[in-house]
Design a protein around this ligand. Sequence first.
Ligand SMILES: NC(=O)c1ccc[n+]([C@@H]2O[C@H](COP(=O)([O-])OP(=O)(O)OC[C@H]3O[C@@H](n4cnc5c(N)ncnc54)[C@H](O)[C@@H]3O)[C@@H](O)[C@H]2O)c1
Length: 250
Amino acid sequence: MTLAQKIIVVTGAAQGIGAAYARRLVEEGATVVLADRDREGAEATASSLGGPGKAVAYRLDVAERASCQALAAYLTDAYGHVDGLVNNAAIFSTITMKPFWEITDEEWDRLMAVNLRGPWLLVSALLPLLCASASASVVNIGSDAVRLGRTGYLHYVASKGGVHGMTYSMARELGEYGIRVNTLSPGPVYTEVARETVTPAQREAMIAAQALRRPGGPDDLTGTLMFLLGDGSAYLTGQTISVNGGLVHR
Ligand SMILES: NC(=O)c1ccc[n+]([C@@H]2O[C@H](COP(=O)([O-])OP(=O)(O)OC[C@H]3O[C@@H](n4cnc5c(N)ncnc54)[C@H](O)[C@@H]3O)[C@@H](O)[C@H]2O)c1
């Protein structure tokens, strides 16, 4: 399962779960490109990470084709291949909960552009670099909010349902190139970032409904991500792996 020497791109790595993915990957010896719309946040996180791997910050808007292509050009010059892509960037912690009939067209379209169009654009742009790797793995970050049918942010739930579906088809289309594609689907995870997408009462109810009765943190996801990116999962593709403390079983 060695990740040392691998070139891994993590989107949305300036904060929250993405920053934890990047931290663990650098600890495992990988070279990690922290690609985020928040350039300063990505730079601050990258400079806070210790070795033995390497962390590089890059300003990316996953919703923009030109920005994804610019990242591809940068990676081509810098490394010539990409071994792992973690499609983690999303509009999430900034969402305001509301009944779905109050979501505006603008909110719907922007969220879909980032959460659903983004992973598609980025995998498409990085395809030659992924093909150039001997063992490429794409991990799309989904959400168990889909399986729970969580309320109050329908555009988000719909976007993540799309990510789950996209993984199945991407895995089939990319299998002949030796590229694996899986979804890591977290349950509720509590980070340093305050958010409105779970009320204190909902949080306590969900923890009580889990098999493991403690809140999940970013480090509860990193081991599964290392597995999905590493060679130990070389025959695993087109799958959705839920990491949720036993909140949902199906
Ligand atoms: N925290 C949870 O409970 C939870 C549960 C299930 C799934 N997830 C998923 O895990 C991932 C990370 O969640 P989080 O809690 O760290 O979220 P977060 O909102 O704290 O972080 C999202 C990151 O994505 C970046 N980003 C937003 N738009 C971008 C764009 N257009 N281009 C590039 N970067 C952009 C932000 O700057 C930020 O760094 C998301 O995909 C989220 O949907 C989170």
